[in-house]
Design a protein around this ligand. Structure first.
Ligand SMILES: [Zn+2]
Length: 126
């Protein structure tokens, strides 16, 4: 899955609304990251994954209150945890390789860090 954010479009929208370009661009990037982490069908009736962004949504963005719903946030945290679990097999620390859906050895300097090996991320609450 690929996500695109077009800075030119963000700038046009920001100029029409008298908003800062970076504010719109950042929210668009967050929306697209939501697609990558939540998967297909991730648009919602409210929050940052709502489309289209009309006056109401742009007002919320301008106030700095546009966020993911609590369910979306939890789903993304769960997905990120699953992608970052490191396990040790035959003494070699392995991490998920999301490009090939396999596991790959963790660099030695990371494997020696106890906190990320053998589920340390889960215990650390990441
Ligand atoms: Zn979308």
């Amino acid at each position: 899955m690929v996500a695109n954010v077009f800075s030119y479009d963000a700038e046009k929208l920001a100029n029409r609304r008298g908003m800062r370009h970076g504010v719109i661009l950042g929210h668009l990037a967050a929306h697209e990251l939501g697609h990558l982490l939540l998967g297909a069908g991730s648009h919602s009736a409210r929050g940052i994954m709502h489309v289209p962004w009309c006056h109401k949504e742009l007002d919320v963005i301008e106030q700095g209150l546009m966020v993911f719903t609590p369910q979306q946030a939890e789903s993304m945290r769960t997905d990120i945890r699953a992608r970052t679990v490191v396990e040790k097999i035959d003494g070699v620390a392995l991490a998920p390789n999301i490009m090939s859906n396999t596991r790959m050895p963790v660099p030695v300097y990371l494997a020696k860090t106890k906190s990320i090996v053998s589920g340390g991320l889960r215990r650390a609450g990441v």
